[in-house]
Design a protein around this ligand. Structure first.
Ligand SMILES: Nc1ncnc2c1ncn2[C@@H]1O[C@H](COP(=O)(O)OP(=O)(O)OP(=O)(O)O)[C@@H](O)[C@H]1O
Ligand SMILES: [Mg+2]
Length: 262
């Protein structure tokens, strides 16, 4: 299996009024094609910075970021993105918002084909019937579903998500995790998900990468050995419970508050 994303020994510091602020310190990360990599770590350790490097919005001071065998040197069109607060264009309908990346990446595609593709995804995430609504007419959870459709409508090589479910209530969030699982089963894509939610990382991830405190490096990698068609119930079972304990311990270590439970 080839690695779609390969991050090698990346160092980065921001220049601030108080001098350089080292944020990434020898970060390594490998994500095989089709895998889902969840990234967790203490607040402010450099997770969003990592997403900017993978998308090519920023260049590291040193080290290499590879995407599909190419060194990333500038912003990539082949990357889909989803954030905590989806930015939707209010003057466009939900379907028109979802179609937007196709207008940029595939301008020669006919309008009918664009609509067909957008509708296919909206149906998959349970938004059929809402395609002609404006973003403000939808709930936060529905808007986030639509934004997931928009992020993958052009079949990007990789989907990068920075706390996409962070603003949602627990039950809506769990619904979205299952939607995400179903989307991946229908159209496999490689994914990097930044999250603060350890349950989310175990439910969605094939691997969970724990970053150390700032400046961040890869502190721990957990292989999630749960079935691909896992349900929320799996989180209440022993195997997932042990993984969550391990991750919680790793987060404590990352926060510099090492302690062990019995
Ligand atoms: N453009 C910038 N200029 C200067 N400092 C920055 C810049 N962007 C981020 N930082 C600092 O770099 C550190 C890492 O920021 P980053 O946003 O990557 O952290 P994060 O892990 O995503 O945090 P959170 O969990 O709170 O979202 C923080 O201390 C932040 O203040
Ligand atoms: Mg962040």
């Amino acid at each position: 299996m080839t690695n779609l994303i390969e991050i090698k020994d990346v160092h980065h510091a921001y220049q601030t009024a108080n001098g350089p602020l080292p944020v990434l310190d020898g970060l390594d990360l490998s994500v095989p094609e089709g895998e889902f990599c969840a990234v967790v770590g203490p607040s402010g350790c450099g997770k969003s910075t990592l997403t900017r490097l993978v998308t090519g919005l920023m260049k590291p001071d040193s080290g290499e970021v590879w995407l599909h065998g190419e060194l990333v040197k500038s912003p990539r069109k082949t990357v889909g993105m989803a954030f905590q607060n989806p930015v939707m264009l209010e003057w466009r309908t939900i379907m028109q918002n979802v179609m937007l990346p196709l207008e940029i990446v595939a301008p020669s595609m006919s309008k009918a084909d664009r609509e067909k593709r957008a509708m296919e995804l909206l149906e998959l995430v349970g938004l059929a019937g809402f395609e002609h609504k404006r973003p403000s007419e939808l709930s936060g959870g529905m808007r986030q579903r639509a934004s997931l459709c928009r992020a993958i409508v052009h079949k990007p090589q990789v989907l990068i998500m920075d706390e996409p479910f962070g603003a949602l209530d627990n039950f809506t969030r769990e619904d979205l995790w299952q939607t995400m699982r179903d989307l991946r089963a229908k159209e496999p894509f490689t994914c990097v998900l930044i999250t603060h939610d350890l349950r989310e990382s175990v439910f969605l991830g094939d691997q969970v990468v724990v970053l150390s405190g700032r400046p961040a490096r890869t502190q721990y990698v957990l292989d999630v050995t749960l079935p691909a068609d896992r349900t929320i119930d799996v989180l209440y079972e022993q195997q997932a419970g042990q993984m969550l304990h391990t991750l919680r311990d790793q987060i404590r270590i990352a926060q510099g508050r090492e302690e062990t439970h019995a």
